[in-house]
Ligand binder design. Structure first.
Ligand code: HEC
Length: 194
């Protein structure tokens, strides 16, 4: 019996020593007002705050409509990569270029990225860099160069993954958006580009 207990306590120690220190609490977790000092500690049940507490990425404040729009853009980005890859496998260069054009840069795309990144430092720059990398896929496809197209696609995907590693959505209301970006959300921005 003592062996079992010893083993158990050892494994508990082993476990706790592996536990990573939790990341710094992020801004949105502090949106919840603090209770008055006199009241007993509340039993907080806010799963979203709990999730945000374990996600160390920088929050990108977005109003619900912007967040949904961004998710749609993201799903389209992945479809674009799918088309590029499928086109490349069959050396259908028009298809590769058409896929890349969906994520290539344009004035509308630029405006959208500026709007989306208004409350998160560095986000817009990463986004614009991403679209410019996608432009290089179009150039490589025009030359019908398999290796160069693959390399440009890899560089583009690297932009996807580095942004995902650094930022997460933070869905906020209009007042919070305004406070954190210094500008009001302009719904007309959502009508253009992807
Ligand atoms: C400049 C930043 C940025 C770039 C570049 C970027 N993403 Fe995202 N993406 C995000 C953010 C922010 C989210 C939301 C993550 C979260 O809150 O968990 C997201 C989420 C997603 C999602 C999940 C969508 C959903 O339904 O929830 C997919 C899929 C995705 N991205 C694909 C891509 C692909 C593919 C690329 C590149 C071709 C890409 N993204 C490039 C920022 C970016």
């Amino acid at each position: 019996m003592r062996h079992v207990l010893l083993l158990l306590s050892f494994s508990l120690v082993a476990c706790s020593s592996e536990t990573k220190p939790s990341p710094e609490p992020v801004a949105s977790a502090s949106n919840t007002p603090a209770p008055p000092a006199s009241s007993p500690a509340p039993v907080v049940s806010d799963p979203v705050a709990e999730l945000n507490g374990m996600d160390p990425r920088k929050p990108v404040p977005l109003q619900p409509m912007m967040a949904w729009h961004q998710k749609q853009n993201m799903m389209e980005h992945l479809v674009a990569i799918q088309r590029i890859n499928a086109g490349l496998a069959e050396e259908k260069w028009d298809e590769v270029a058409a896929g890349a054009k969906l994520i290539g840069s344009s004035p509308q795309m630029k405006m959208m990225c500026q709007h989306m990144g208004a409350g998160a430092e560095g986000f817009t720059e990463l986004a614009l860099g991403f679209h410019e990398k996608a432009d290089t896929i179009i150039e490589a496809a025009k030359k019908k160069d398999v290796k160069a197209t693959l390399a440009a696609t890899a560089a583009t995907l690297e932009s996807c993954t580095s942004c995902h590693a650094a930022y997460r959505q933070d869905v906020v209301d209009a007042a919070t958006f305004k406070a954190r970006t210094g500008s009001a959300h302009d719904p007309s921005m959502m009508d253009h580009g992807h």
